[in-house]
Design a protein around this ligand. Structure first.
Ligand SMILES: NC(=O)c1ccc[n+]([C@@H]2O[C@H](COP(=O)([O-])OP(=O)(O)OC[C@H]3O[C@@H](n4cnc5c(N)ncnc54)[C@H](OP(=O)(O)O)[C@@H]3O)[C@@H](O)[C@H]2O)c1
Length: 280
């Protein structure tokens, strides 16, 4: 049983109800995103500890679930965002650290799977699941992962010319995923990725699930419209070598460049988790 309670909602009046009744009750409120016409609306989603860590960087324990403490409400909100999204994007390291995972709503919260599907239909999405977009400059992506063999999920690897060549060489004619090469030696330009997703894949709402390295490149170019941030009530420290990242990864901004947000909503679970939504 979900225990989400809204403490503050500054999202304003909606043009029309968006969530289905069951999702609205579970979320204790509405969820709505306005359309953005020139490029996709980009929404980030992270869970962090009280001291700002998003990955413990311990083999087998470095994922978001280890940060949230496998919190059900956090998984539900992630599911709703995926259900709303046209595409979900993640970096190769996040992908490699989640073997067997597929970036669908039902995969994070199976109990609500049917409801998520009904919701997608209700908001007029033409596919059951969002396009899963893996980003890898070097093209070191394991295409034998179940994601690429899934009959219902469309997947896309965004990479460099060199990365695409590497994948074609490795998998030959059996290449199971769409691979799209963009200009760049090792790192792709986020604005090129966003333009491509918009123009060729019809993406209007892009859910960015990190990790910090990929996300920082988007932040550097101010390519973020909203941030959903779960605060998990634990403190884990930063480790002596400083390897544990915040969601902003290696980004370093001066006070003049700092990115400020406007609080849109605050929700709470009985477990003490807080669910913050910012417009950036
Ligand atoms: N708590 C949370 O909410 C949360 C959310 C997401 C992830 N995580 C965790 O964060 C960790 C991963 O984060 P991370 O920062 O190490 O890695 P990441 O951002 O997931 O992936 C890094 C890799 O993505 C590719 N990449 C990133 N930016 C790129 C660009 N501009 N162009 C082309 N390729 C690019 C590169 O792949 P190649 O080296 O192949 O070129 C790079 O090595 C994992 O432990 C994951 O579980 C936590």
């Amino acid at each position: 049983m979900l225990e989400i309670r809204t403490l503050y909602d500054g999202t304003g009046a909606l043009p029309a109800p968006s969530l289905t009744k069951i999702l609205r009750e579970a979320y204790d409120g509405e969820l709505f995103f306005s359309d953005s016409s020139s490029r996709p609306l980009i929404v980030g989603n992270f869970v962090q500890t009280l001291d700002g860590i998003v990955s413990l960087k311990i083999p087998g324990k470095s994922g978001g679930a280890d940060i949230s403490g496998r919190n059900e409400e956090d998984a539900f909100i992630m599911g709703m965002l995926r259900a709303y999204a046209d595409a979900v994007m993640f970096g190769e390291d996040t992908f490699r650290n989640a073997p067997g995972h597929v970036w669908t709503a039902g995969c994070v919260h199976p109990t609500f799977e049917k409801e998520f599907h009904a919701f997608r239909k209700h908001v007029g999405k033409d596919s059951l699941h969002p396009l899963n977009v893996v980003v890898s400059g070097r093209g070191h992506v394991d295409l034998d992962e179940p994601l690429f063999r899934h009959e219902e999920i469309r997947s896309l690897v965004l990479t460099t010319e060199q990365g695409a060549a590497r994948l074609h060489q490795r998998y030959g004619a059996t290449l199971p995923a769409m691979v799209h090469a963009l200009p760049g030696d090792a790192a792709l330009d986020p604005s090129n990725m966003v333009a491509l997703l918009h123009a060729e894949y019809g993406v209007k709402l892009l859910l960015h699930e990190g990790g910090p390295t990929l996300f920082s490149a988007f932040l550097r170019q101010s390519l973020l419209d909203e941030l959903f941030l779960t605060m998990a009530p634990q403190i884990v420290g930063r480790s002596r070598t400083g390897e544990r990242p915040a969601f902003s990864g290696p980004l370093e901004l001066s006070p003049e460049q700092a990115i400020w947000g406007t609080l849109l909503s605050v929700k709470q679970a009985q477990s003490g988790h807080l669910f913050l939504r910012y417009r950036v």
